[in-house]
Write a protein that binds this ligand. Structure first.
Ligand code: SF4
Length: 280
């Protein structure tokens, strides 16, 4: 496995034609190579979910994001067909620790266990459910699974605190959409949370200019100050995903989500991955 920066276009390459049939996609999400969903649908749980892209995309095709269902076996069991190791984000159309998925998750863990060539990125807003949902042979954390929590507001730091108590090969914080200025050096119980994390992804919210999916602002200074603090006072790797639609408008960027790294101010042109030798 070689870490690299995924391109903006996410071009389709063989055997992608086959994997699309099976619901695996080369991703345009900058911090992974593929997305794979074992199930779809979710429940919004807080303000950070209010503009959830999965709900937006589903509504465009006349579906409801709130309908939770397992995908077909053909889709569910597709990952082993991809023999070369990839960085896979699951579940991009749900939450891996959704309670509705309790009856499906064991089979999902089996797929992940049988595909050590892949690096599985699991991002959740429900870290309080992780411990009860881990497979019995989890141990200190499977090497091919990274666990992350979303933090867009101060109140969500509790998610990071919860994740620090769960064994994992790599832990990450997903600070997108960043909805207020956050101090990622914040302490809980006398310890800096960030010291238990290897990776921090940052970004502003994407969305429409008006209407129910109107984007919320992210200020460039929030990103600049966060990155400066992280780079000068922590070991965590930083990945700037996108500046978001608000900054796109304010800065006159061409990419509507502010996701083109070449349009970022130079000090924000950072897309590092955590150091992790997958061959070990
Ligand atoms: S937890 Fe994630 S997938 Fe579920 S509603 Fe919130 S943002 Fe959407």
């Amino acid at each position: 496995m070689v870490f690299f920066q995924t391109g903006e276009g996410g071009d389709v390459q063989p055997p992608q034609f086959l994997l699309i049939l099976f619901n695996m996609y080369v991703s345009k999400i900058q911090w992974c190579e593929y997305t794979h969903n074992f199930w779809h649908g979710c429940k919004k749980i807080d303000q950070e979910c209010s503009r959830c892209y999965m709900f937006r995309i589903k509504s465009r095709v006349g579906e409801k994001g709130s309908v939770e269902y397992r995908l077909s076996d053909k889709a569910f069991y597709a990952p082993p067909y991809l023999e070369e190791g990839k960085i896979i984000f699951t579940c991009s159309y749900s939450d891996f620790f959704l309670d509705r998925a309790d009856e499906w998750r064991k089979d999902a863990w089996d797929v992940i266990r049988k595909t050590p060539q892949h690096t599985w990125l699991i991002l959740t807003k429900r870290p309080e459910r992780i411990i009860q949902c881990l497979p019995p042979d989890w141990g200190d954390g499977w090497k091919n699974v990274w666990l992350g929590v979303s933090i867009g507001k101060l109140v969500s730091f509790q998610r990071a605190a919860t994740l620090t108590n769960i064994p994992a090969a790599i832990r990450f914080i997903y600070g997108e959409p960043l909805l207020e200025e956050l101090d990622f050096l914040t302490e809980m119980d006398g310890k800096r949370l960030i010291d238990s994390f290897h990776w921090l992804i940052l970004g502003g919210e994407s969305g429409d200019e008006f209407g129910p999916n109107q984007y919320r602002p992210c200020k460039i200074e929030w990103l600049q100050r966060a990155i400066h603090a992280l780079q000068t006072q922590t070991q965590a790797k930083v990945f700037v995903k996108q500046l978001g639609s608000h900054l796109c408008k304010e800065m006159g960027l061409k990419d509507k989500m502010g996701g083109n790294i070449h349009e970022f101010p130079q000090e924000l042109q950072i897309r590092d991955f955590p150091i992790f030798n997958l061959a070990e």
